[in-house]
Design a binder for this molecule. Structure first.
Ligand code: NZQ
Ligand code: ZN
Length: 381
C-alpha cells in the first residue's frame, strides 16, 4: 500500500424520502441566505424544486436562485455563480442536480472567497483552495459520484480545455433514488457506465499485490453491471436504481483510490473530446473505453483476466472485453464517434487536436503516445 491520509468531509443521507431528515439536521448549522443552484429546469418538472423550496422556507431561509447550469459546466458559469454569491452574501450553496450542477457549485464555493482567479491559482501556480462557502448536494442524477469528492470537471471554453479543478466538497449529500426516477433512460445508462469506468480506471492504475482497493473496485464493478442488467429489464427498478446510486458514490468517494495510483487515461481523452464537442460524458467514455483496453491489454493481462472472471464470469481477458462491448451495445450506448451528439462535426483534424492536448497518464498499465491516442480515436470512427 502507498502512503495515504483518509478523512471524510461529506455526511451522506441515503434512501427514499430522506431529504426532510437531512434538512432538519443540517440546515440549522448553516447561515440564513442559501443559494439554490440547479440546471436547466428538470427539478421544476419532477416536483423536487417545490419540495425543497417548501422545506427551505419552513427552515426560515432566504433563497437566492442560480439556475441554467449546463451539462459540462463552463468556467464562465462558475464565475457567474461566484459573483452572485458575493453580491447576495450567500452563506450556503445547495447544489441540486447531477454531476454538472454539483461540480459547478463546488468551484463557485471556492472562487467566491478567493481574490484571485481559481483557474490561474490551480493550473498556473499549483496551489489549491483551502476554504469556501459551505456546500450541500441533493443528487438528482447519479453516476459521477461528484457529491462525495472535492474534484470538479469544468470546461474552460476560451482555453478549449475540459479538466479537473478542485473546489469545496459537500458537507452533506442527499441521495434519494426516487429523485433519479425522471432521468431519461439514456442518461441513466450513461451515468451507470460512468460509474463502471471510474471503478475500472482506478483498478487499472498501479497497485501492489493483494491490495484491498482492487478487490473493492471489482466488487463495485460487478454490482454495477448486475444492476445495469436489471435496469435493461426494467428501467424503473427502484432497487437497482438504489444500488447504482451507492455504486456511483463508492466509485468516486476515494475509498477505491486508497493506497494505490489510478489510470484515468480514458477520462482524460474523453474530457478533451468533450471540450471540443460538448458530448455526453458517459457516452464519450463508452465509445473510447473498449478500444483503449484492447490497446493496453498485454500490459495488464492479469488484471484484465481477473476483471473478466469477477465482473462477467468470463474465462479470458479477451472474453471479458467482449462482454463489456456487449453490455455497451445492450444498453444502446454509442460505440462510434458518429453516434455522439456533438456541437461540431467530428473530423480527423478535431481528433488530432484532442490527441495533442489531452493529459497523458503515467500510472496506468502503459503510457500512451499522442499518435496512439489519435489511433484510438480514429478506430472509434
Ligand atoms: O439540467 P437539468 O434540467 O437538471 O437536466 C439534466 C441534464 O440535462 C438531467 N437531469 C438531472 N437530473 C434529472 C435530470 N433529468 C430529469 N430528471 C432528473 N432527476 O440530466 C442531464 C445530465 O446532467 P449532468 O449533471 O450533466 O449529468 P452527470 O451527472 O452525468 O454529470 C456529468 C458531468 O460530471 C462530470 C462530467 O465530466 C460532466 O461534466 N464528472 C464529474 C466527476 C466528479 N466530480 O467526480 C467525475 C466524472 O468522471 C465526470 O467527469
Ligand atoms: Zn466519469
Amino acid at each position: 500500500m502507498n502512503k495515504f491520509t483518509y478523512s471524510y468531509p461529506t455526511k451522506v443521507y441515503f434512501g427514499q424520502k430522506v431529504v426532510k431528515k437531512a434538512f432538519d439536521e443540517e440546515l440549522p448549522k448553516v447561515g440564513k441566505t442559501i443559494m439554490l443552484a440547479y440546471g436547466g429546469g428538470s427539478i421544476k418538472k419532477n416536483g423536487i424544486y417545490d419540495e425543497l423550496i417548501t422545506l427551505l422556507k419552513k427552515a426560515g431561509k432566504e433563497i437566492v436562485e442560480f439556475y441554467g447550469i449546463m451539462p459540462n459546466p463552463t468556467y464562465a458559469k462558475v464565475q457567474e455563480g461566484a459573483a452572485l454569491v458575493r453580491e447576495r452574501q450567500v452563506e450556503f450553496i445547495l447544489a441540486v442536480g447531477g454531476g454538472s450542477v454539483i461540480d459547478c457549485c463546488k468551484v463557485i464555493s471556492a472562487q467566491a472567497v478567493l481574490d484571485e482567479d481559481i483557474w490561474e491559482l490551480e493550473y498556473n501556480k499549483g496551489r489549491f483552495p483551502t476554504s469556501g462557502i459551505p456546500v450541500g448536494a441533493v443528487v438528482t442524477a447519479s453516476g459521477t459520484g461528484a457529491e462525495m469528492n472535492n474534484g470538479a470537471v469544468i470546461t474552460h471554453e476560451d482555453k478549449l480545455w475540459k479538466g479537473g479543478i478542485f473546489g469545496t466538497p459537500a458537507s452533506f449529500a442527499v441521495l434519494d433514488p426516487d429523485y433519479t426516477m425522471s432521468v431519461p433512460p439514456m442518461q441513466v445508462l450513461s451515468g451507470t457506465f460512468d460509474t463502471l469506468s471510474h471503478a475500472m480506471e482506478t483498478y487499472l492504475g498501479d497497485s501492489d499485490a493483494d491490495n484491498v482497493s482492487d478487490d473493492v473496485a471489482l466488487a463495485v464493478m460487478r454490482n454495477t453491471v448486475v444492476n445495469m442488467r436489471r435496469l435493461l429489464a426494467d428501467i424503473n427498478d427502484i432497487q437497482a436504481r438504489s444500488n447504482l446510486m451507492w455504486d456511483s458514490a463508492m466509485a468516486e468517494n476515494g475509498i477505491l483510490k486508497a493506497g494505490r495510483l489510478t489510470d484515468f487515461q480514458v477520462h482524460q481523452i474523453e474530457h478533451q473530446l468533450g471540450a471540443y464537442t460538448d458530448c455526453n460524458h458517459g457516452q464519450g467514455l463508452a465509445v473510447i473505453q473498449p478500444i483503449y483496453y484492447r490497446h493496453i491489454l498485454e500490459a495488464a493481462r492479469e488484471k484484465f483476466t481477473r476483471f473478466a472472471k469477477v465482473v462477467f464470469g468470463a474465462d479470458t481477458a479477451e472474453a471479458g472485453l467482449d462482454e463489456l462491448e456487449k453490455l455497451i451495445r445492450d444498453c444502446g450506448l454509442p460505440t462510434k464517434m458518429g453516434e455522439l451528439k456533438s456541437i461540431v462535426e467530428i473530423t480527423p483534424e478535431l481528433l488530432r487536436q484532442v490527441a495533442d492536448t489531452c493529459n497523458i497518464i503515467k500510472s496506468g498499465p502503459r503510457e500512451l503516445t499522442r499518435n496512439e491516442i489519435y489511433d484510438i480515436l480514429n478506430e472509434a470512427c
